[in-house]
Design a protein around this ligand. Structure first.
Ligand code: HEM
Length: 508
């Protein structure tokens, strides 16, 4: 299981799911918030976003339209968690994709089952139709709402039971349901994922406010759970069956997308993952430097292992004898809860820095060698087709050595200066354009900016340096040489966080 490198798209999505602490930290260990849990808020948000689906014409579904629907009565309380989803998106990773990832990551953070994840959702640009089931509605209307969203009457029961495993009812949102307390969990015995919502309902001990509330009209869980004489609820008493039922219904929920949207294959953690190979110009030696990384899944415990990056230059030869070999400069254990608990895997990340690269010959291709130092043959990691990792671009580089990012004291804001190195022979009259992406403002913003020759950076190693400052909170960009058309794309998905110079924004 590996992608054909380079794929900045797969690299990024995989890292949000399996490597980065930032998103999962919000829900780590089934974190509590606003009386409930973050995971419960995320799952409810996804459900409400998905509820605009119309199975009859294949429109709506999980499409991020919820951001245009916060003022609806059916979405009361929904905007409490939307801020959690900002900052992770990219032109190929929509708000809807990260909301879907929230279901997968949130569920696992509360010890729930692993849910397969696909990306590729497309964000709506306006609100969808009404359609979220509400507690005061009668059984016929609730059943119709679930049918319209693609669920049978029996699935409606299981799905609602699974949805109401985590979290509960907030009085401020539903004063008709809760009269005398600020909040009640659907299952008061645990905040974690189990089937108490089913067993307590069946044995009569439940405190679920949508079952035993004083206001019968609002007891929608009771109406739904009992709608087939409890047959479906009785089929969910085995904890394992319940987990797998919920995993597949949550998977259906996050994969309910408009008919014209094609989701990717399931994105499981890759066995070997090669990160971005970033070439830039050193600031003092007139040479190039390249950083790269290799993640190994489920490595044996072996402190003697040696992992090297092997490379050849653009003459197809090697300036260091038979081949150039650079040992890893660092190794660290990485992995989110979704990787470790969800998939039962561990991972080691090896990072590399090749310096002193002759700019005239650069690096044409690299691969990795893993030597366990136990007499077994070395493992070569050479892309999915065995061809090695080919560095295509040498003339227009995202120069992370000169680029700079400035964070505000709280880290809530940041600006950047992005520097692009252009080979001198292409620099004269060059049109360097950045298509930038800001995933912190809703709806997300794309802009096209011109980078201009920057006199503060003298020519070096045969390159001239162009720079531009994107709007604050821009997290990523694509670099074009000429007009913004596919053929002119030179650097895909540069992250401003790769900039080597980190500064502080003056207080505003
Ligand atoms: C007839 C169907 C349903 C009705 C009428 C309904 C209604 C409600 C209500 C009134 C609340 C309390 C929200 C608040 O106080 O802010 C709630 C919470 C919740 N619902 Fe549902 N729900 C239904 C089905 C589902 C389904 C299918 C899911 C599936 C994912 C789901 C997920 C959740 C979650 C996770 C919470 C807890 C939110 C929190 O603690 O912040 N619900 N639901």
């Amino acid at each position: 299981k590996t992608f054909h490198w380079p794929s900045p798209e797969m690299d990024w999505i995989d890292s949000v799911l399996y490597e980065q602490p930032f998103f999962e930290n919000i829900t780590a260990n089934c974190a509590a918030r606003d009386n409930t849990t973050v995971a419960a808020q995320w799952i409810r948000l996804a459900f409400h976003d998905m509820s605009t689906y119309n199975v009859d014409d294949g429109t709506g579904g999980l499409d991020g339209s919820v951001i245009y629907e916060f003022d609806r009565a059916e979405n009361i309380g929904m905007n409490r968690s939307i801020g959690d989803f900002l900052g992770f998106s990219a032109p190929f990773f929509s708000l809807a994709d990260i909301i879907a990832a929230g279901v997968v990551i949130g569920t696992v953070s509360c010890d729930g089952p692993k849910i397969p994840y696909r990306a590729g959702r497309i964000d709506a640009t306006s609100s969808g139709p009404l359609g979220v089931p509400q507690p005061q509605e009668d059984l016929a209307l609730l059943t119709e709402r679930f049918r319209k969203a693609g669920f049978t009457p029996s699935e409606m029961i299981s799905f609602t039971a699974c949805g109401h495993v985590l979290g509960g009812v907030t009085q401020q949102d539903f004063p008709e349901v809760l009269k005398d307390r600020p909040f009640v969990f659907f299952n008061e015995k645990t905040r974690l994922f189990d089937n108490g919502v089913v067993t307590q309902y069946l044995d009569g001990s439940t405190t679920n406010p949508l079952v035993v509330g004083v206001n019968e009209t609002m007891n929608s869980d009771l109406r739904i759970f009992s709608s087939d004489g409890n047959a479906t609820m009785q089929s969910l008493t085995s904890p394992n069956d319940f987990r797998s039922t919920c995993a597949s219904l949550f998977e259906r929920m996050i994969n309910t997308v408009p008919r014209n949207v094609a989701l990717t294959d399931v994105i499981d953690p890759f066995d070997f993952k090669v990160g971005t190979a970033r070439l830039s110009v050193t600031d003092d030696t007139n040479k190039l430097v390249m950083t790269a990384s290799l993640r190994i899944l489920n490595p044996k415990d072996n402190p003697n292992r040696e992992v090297s990056l092997v490379w050849v230059d653009r003459d197809g030869t090697s300036p260091c004898g038979e081949k150039c070999t650079s040992p890893a400069t660092n190794v660290s254990q990485i992995g989110t809860t979704l990787l470790t608990k969800g998939h039962g895997k561990t991972a080691l990340q090896y990072t590399f820095m090749v310096d002193n690269i002759d700019p005239a010959k650069s690096i044409a291709k690299f691969w990795f060698e893993i030597d366990e130092k136990d007499g077994s043959p070395k493992t070569e990691v050479k892309n999915d087709d065995g061809s090695g990792y080919v560095v295509e671009e040498h003339d227009v580089l995202y120069d992370v050595t000169r680029s700079k990012i400035n964070f505000s004291a709280t880290q809530a804001n940041f600006t950047s200066l992005i520097v692009i190195a252009v080979k001198d022979e292409y620099a004269q009259d060059a049109q360097i354009r950045l298509q930038t992406f800001n995933p912190f403002l809703l709806p997300f913003r794309t802009s096209v900016l011109n980078a201009t020759l920057d006199p503060q950076f003298p020519k070096a190693a045969g390159y001239s340096f162009f720079s531009v400052s994107p709007e604050p909170l821009t997290n990523s960009f694509d670099v074009y040489y000429g007009d913004v058309v596919p053929n002119n794309l030179r650097q895909k998905f540069g992250l401003v966080f790769e900039a080597k110079n980190v500064g502080v924004l003056p207080p505003s």
